[in-house]
Design a protein around this ligand. Structure first.
Ligand code: FES
Length: 152
């Protein structure tokens, strides 16, 4: 099957029911999306498919239609996405394990709501858990990213 990830089309030969997360990490070596729970409870595996937030542990790679974007495709250290820059500004990450999923969720939220309220941020990010409890910094970073996107 062909799978387009971060602008590159890959030929992959995988089991029919293999989750996208496994294909990304084990077949393609794209390790930004993380395995946290495997049961749609934590959001660590979050990616975008055609801009929509998707838990990559919950979709079979064979069923993916559209462009997959992972944290690696959102921006680079030299050319960060506005959300990534805001994460650096606010030093959001603690252990960091959930943060690629958090950033993908924040980018998806801001693409749908350019100026979310605190409640809308909390609601929009509620599917992404952080065991370190960085939620106040996540909220602050989302607000900063929203302001910077508005100004851009
Ligand atoms: Fe996919 Fe937790 S690993 S939601």
């Amino acid at each position: 099957m062909k799978l387009s990830v971060n602008g590159t089309v890959h030929d992959v030969d995988v089991e029919e029911d293999m989750p996208l997360l496994w294909v990304l990490r084990d077949e393609l070596g794209i390790t930004g999306p993380k395995y946290g729970c495997g049961i749609s409870q934590c959001g660590a595996c979050s990616v975008h498919i055609d801009g929509e937030l998707v838990k990559s542990c919950q979709v079979a790679a064979m069923d993916v239609e559209g462009e997959v974007t992972t944290i690696e495709g959102l921006g680079t250290p030299d050319l960060m996405h506005t959300v990534q820059q805001a994460w650096v500004t606010h030093q959001v990450a603690q252990c960091g394990y959930c943060q690629s999923g958090q950033i993908m969720a924040a980018a998806a939220l801001l693409s749908q709501n350019a100026a979310p309220s605190d409640a809308e941020i909390d609601e929009g990010m509620s599917a992404n858990l952080c065991r370190c409890g960085t939620y106040p910094r996540i909220r602050a970073a989302v607000k900063t990213a929203a302001l910077q996107m508005k100004g851009a």
